[in-house]
Design a protein around this ligand. Structure first.
Ligand code: GTP
Ligand code: MG
Length: 519
């Protein structure tokens, strides 16, 4: 990852100009990271397209500042905290606007499901469809750079209190399963401040004076409360700050307007960092893991199995663990268990967090890839639905540490053992209705993938009028769900099969337009 050494937000024309100039001068702008229509009070022209430009060196920023006019009129009532995100307006006249070709911009939000399914329908196989979905949804390198930039901007604020702190991204920003538009999970790392115990053998002991708190949790809450207040009062572009300090994992939530990211800032959350590393490792072992996770996450979101609102829903994290477990349980396992990952670890990999052994191997070359498993993505997708459509959720716990089903230690509707804090359940929030909906949707999708009309793309349609097939058919509104999960079971299944028949009829009629109108 390239270090974000300097950034500048500027009007599009100016951005293009600066990047072009950079090719010849010391204003070495590397690339444009984002484009938005965000406008601040400082801008005279509202909704002018804006860009965030990344520069190669700090000197480029100094050179830029030396070359620019800094307005003499100060804004009234501005908080005297200067962000490193500078706004630059191009005051030059005309010639650059329609000169050479426009620079390329990366998209920072995902395409709509409608647009996605149009792309999917044009593919030749379900395997290609699944890869196509990942290609459209995954985070771009520019988007990840922008996320690191936002972390560093936030660090500038937190550093007012804790000069040695680091703000690290975790979750889907770094675990390789991030979808464009996903939230930015950040972790305020204060460990550098507490200092490590180093015995220098001199017989002298130095102790810093610190304030004692009643518990680690209360200290985390007060640190986040103060930083949250600071972000709210002084953070340029930070809006809608909510301090959610009584949650199991206290956090500060806010929107960072210049980047468009929804941010969650936590502290003292090392296990979550380690969980992100674990997911990253599993995703790296076999390309099929990422593809399958992207497809299942998208399928779950479309059918409201997951939600952006916290509640009794299955989370993306739990869903990903379900996929990993399924891949461990193949006749030819595709993924090692966590115990195997721990056993392969070097002494330097040892990691104990709050008494939990979180050790996993870091040298991935030590993991013998499960090359015996040659399942196609289509087969994996189909069997994922069959596996969970028939899974005994009522009595069984999912355990990726052992890679085996275990007896449930408690009576929650869904039990997925926390990978590192093994006495906890990561899906404790999920209620019985949500598990039923998940199972019903898995069954329906497994059934659909057995139908030849769904399995193969039908021939003889123009590229824009191909009926929904394969993965695209699975993303159509659900039959089981429309029938309502609260209704009597028999009635629901009856209705479900009627609706599936209707869906198949529409596929056979292959109008394409009828299916499209669902979205
Ligand atoms: P998105 O939905 O795309 O944001 O996925 P995400 O993986 O970033 O999930 P989320 O933002 O909900 O959580 C961020 C990270 O926190 C996850 O990747 C996990 O590492 C961790 N995490 C989330 N939920 C839990 C949980 O219930 N238990 C534990 N131990 N960690 C969790
Ligand atoms: Mg997240």
């Amino acid at each position: 990852m390239a270090a974000c050494v300097g950034m500048c937000r500027l009007q599009m024309k100016g951005a293009e100009r600066i990047v072009k100039l950079g090719q010849k001068s010391d204003l070495t702008a590397r690339r444009i990271l984002t484009r938005s229509t965000f406008a601040t009070k400082a801008q005279t022209v509202k909704n002018t397209p804006q860009a965030v430009v990344e520069f190669s060196t700090k000197d480029s920023i100094s050179a830029l500042k030396a070359n620019c006019t800094i307005p003499s009129v100060q804004h009234e009532a501005a908080v005297p905290f200067k962000s490193r995100l500078l706004s630059l307006k191009w005051a030059g006249q005309g010639s650059q606007s329609n000169s050479s070709k426009t620079l390329e911009f990366q998209k920072h939000s995902p395409i709509s499901v409608n647009e996605l399914t149009r792309h999917l329908c044009k593919q030749e196989s379900i395997d290609q469809q699944i890869q196509c979905l990942t290609d459209h949804y995954q985070l771009t390198e520019e988007n990840i750079s922008l996320r690191f930039l936002v972390c560093s901007l936030l660090r500038d604020i937190a550093a007012a209190y804790f000069p040695e702190c680091i703000i690290r991204p975790f979750g889907s920003t770094v675990n390789n399963f991030g979808k464009l538009g996903c939230d930015l999970d950040m972790f305020l790392d204060l460990d550098g401040i507490s200092g490590l115990n180093q015995n220098k053998g001199s017989g002298l002991f130095l102790e810093y004076q610190v304030k004692q708190g009643t518990s680690v949790r209360t200290i985390t809450q007060s640190v986040l409360s103060v930083i949250g207040e600071c972000v709210d009062q002084f953070g340029p572009g930070c809006v809608g700050v909510q301090k959610i300090l009584n949650a199991r994992c206290p956090l500060v939530r806010f929107a960072h307007q210049p980047s468009g990211f929804q941010c969650d800032l936590t502290a003292n959350n090392r296990v979550a960092m380690k969980s992100s590393e674990l997911l990253f490792v599993y995703g790296k072992l076999d390309a099929r893991v990422r593809h399958l996770v992207f497809a299942i996450r998208c399928w779950a979101r479309v059918h409201s199995i997951t939600s952006s609102i916290p509640g009794a829903w299955i989370t993306n994290f739990s869903l990903t663990v379900l996929v990993l477990f399924f891949l461990q349980r193949r006749t030819q396992p595709m993924l090692p268990t966590m115990d195997q990952l721990r056993d392969l670890a070097d002494p330097s990999d040892q990691c104990i967090i709050e008494g939990n052994d979180c050790t996993i191997v870091s040298d991935l070359s030590k993991i013998k890839l499960q090359t015996l498993n040659t399942d196609t993505l289509e087969k994996l997708l189909q069997e994922f639905f069959e596996f969970y459509g028939n899974f005994s959720f009522s009595s069984t716990s999912i355990n990726i540490r052992k890679g085996k089903e275990q007896n449930k230690p408690e009576t929650t509707p869904l039990h997925i053992q926390n990978p590192f804090e093994t006495s906890l359940n990561i899906s404790k929030n999920v209620n019985a209705t949500q598990v039923e909906r998940f199972v019903a949707l898995c069954r329906e999708s497994a059934w659909l993938l057995e139908q030849k009309e769904v399995l193969k793309r039908s021939a003889g349609h123009s590229a824009d009028n191909i009926p929904h097939w394969g993965l695209a058919a699975l993303l159509l509104p659900s039959v089981a769900q429309s029938a309502g999960v609260k209704g009597r079971r028999k009635k629901r299944h009856h209705l479900a099969s009627d609706r599936i028949k209707t869906l198949l009829e529409s596929l056979k009629l292959s109008s394409g337009g009828a299916a499209n109108s669902h979205h």
